[in-house]
Design a binder for this molecule. Structure first.
Ligand code: PLP
Length: 461
């Protein structure tokens, strides 16, 4: 008879039994179709009530590990859903009838759910929960800020918890830094093709936004210098790694040059490094080239889960009171409960594991895109969640996005990313991580490629 063995008693019994089941299935101790002990027998072996075992089997069933058959007992599933499973196995084409979405940059959700479910349960059992039920002090609870500093040190070794400000995600971090560090009417510079969240923030807060010309490494130093000669900006917002939308990655030499220009013309830098973990090889963040005038920003949305809504700003000491004031006036404080969950995810190493899983999934999806889009003008990175496709003549980006939508695929036209209306592009942004499976992605990309192969870019109603 199968009896679970526990090395330590760190969770409620029913969770420990479910966990042991999962581990023994993964190790091959239990195989698909095998019958599990009856509630009574296992309860007697573990000296607990049959109710506890019933709860454990329910939990295992919910995780897809076992199936219960009325009157026959509980059996190991023929293909139990395991944690290490590829997030979206090939060969499971489950085509949705609705629109295929290639428009939202997010981590792939398959592994996330079961991992986070367990993290939430541990949080519910933990004494740390108490800390998260009250208002937090300015900047966030010191323990939550230390977790943030620990997370940031992966990219920014000099990060100190005293300089960390917790935000409700990176979009909120952008709002806090852009509004806290500039005044109404100030000039903010950004990439010519830029994340729409930055554009809408500038417009809603009465800041003037100008885009700087780019190449495959992002902002061009000469173009930046030229803008600064015309008028001194207050702030440069920059996404230096896997830039949204172009996927440009700025070399360290270019980062050093941009930092030098910031010193020369005396403006601040907001280094939005939300995609930093997707760089093919680690790069020193832009902020570290001019730490005295740079605010570093990241969040857990792309690496762990968008719904966590926790981000971290790291600023020079002189900026902290302005950043904190803006957090207070915008949301009073990001949810301490979510900050505690983020702290736990970081402390337990789950965040780092998830980042690695997501990088791998992104690489597999980039390989599919490279195959389907062979011969087309694609700009991308090996682990980027998205790519930038320059359309062949005579397509325009708006026309293509419209026609793709009519063909069941949603993506964003390059015109959505114009920092200034005068910009032009024939590019579209295609996100690879949003489809639920790799096969679904292949299907959507093939549909786009076949649209491009057709001679006539026309939409017939
Ligand atoms: C460059 C960039 N910054 C910030 C954000 C916002 O991230 P969050 O979901 O953490 O608010 C995004 C989201 O797509 C982004 O692409």
């Amino acid at each position: 008879m199968w009896v679970p063995r526990f090395s330590e008693h760190n969770q409620p019994m029913y969770l420990m039994v479910a966990q042991a089941l999962e581990q023994d299935i993964a190790r091959g101790v239990l195989v698909g179709g095998e019958r599990l002990p009856t509630l009574k027998a296992l309860a007697a072996a573990l000296d607990v009530t049959p109710g506890t075992i019933s709860r454990a089997y329910e939990e295992a069933q919910r995780r897809g590990l076992v199936v219960g058959e009325v009157g026959r007992g509980t059996f190991v599933s023929q293909r139990p859903a395991m944690r290490g499973d590829a997030p979206a196995a090939e060969g499971r084409l489950d085509l949705p009838s609705a629109q295929l979405d290639l428009s939202v940059i997010k981590p792939h959700g398959a592994v996330l759910e079961s991992w986070l479910r367990e993290a939430l349960m541990r949080l519910a059992q933990s004494e740390d929960l108490t800390r998260s039920l009250d208002y937090a002090p300015e900047g966030g609870h010191p323990l939550h800020r230390e977790a943030g500093a620990h997370w940031l040190r992966g990219a920014l070794p000099e990060a100190r918890w005293q300089q960390v400000v917790i935000t409700a995600g990176a979009q909120h971090g952008l709002l806090v830094a852009m509004n806290g560090l500039t005044r109404s009417g100030d000039l903010i510079l950004c990439e010519a093709l830029c994340y729409p969240g930055i554009i809408s923030l500038a417009h809603h807060s009465g800041r003037r936004l100008q885009g700087v010309a780019m190449d495959e490494q992002g902002i061009l130093p000469e173009a930046l210098r030229e803008r600064c000669r015309q008028e001194k900006p207050a702030l440069l917002v920059c996404v230096a790694t896997c830039q949204n939308p172009t996927t440009a990655i700025m070399s360290e030499a270019r980062r050093a040059e941009i930092a030098e220009i910031a010193r020369e013309f005396d403006f601040l830098i907001l280094d939005d490094d939300i995609y930093g973990f997707l760089a093919p090889t680690p790069l020193r963040p832009l902020a570290s080239f001019a730490p005295e005038r740079s605010v570093y920003l990241t969040s857990l949305s792309k690496s762990v889960a968008p719904a966590l809504r926790i981000g971290y700003l790291h600023g020079p000491p002189e900026t902290l009171s302005r950043l904190n004031a803006m957090v207070r006036s915008s949301v009073w404080m990001p949810s301490p409960l979510m900050a505690q969950l983020a702290t736990q995810v970081i402390a337990e190493g789950l965040g780092t594991q998830l980042m690695a899983v997501q990088r791998e999934e992104a690489a597999a999806r980039q390989a599919i895109a490279a195959q389907v889009f062979q011969g087309l003008q694609v700009r991308s990175q090996p682990n980027s969640y998205h790519l930038w496709l320059t359309l062949p003549e005579p397509w325009s980006c708006d026309e293509f996005a419209l026609l793709a939508r009519a063909n069941g695929v949603t993506l964003l036209s390059g015109s959505q990313f114009f920092a200034e209306r005068s910009t032009s592009t024939r590019g579209v942004r295609i996100v690879l991580m949003s489809p639920t499976s790799r096969d679904e992605l292949r299907f959507a990309l093939t549909r786009l490629a076949s649209m491009l192969a057709s001679a006539e870019p026309r939409l017939y109603y």
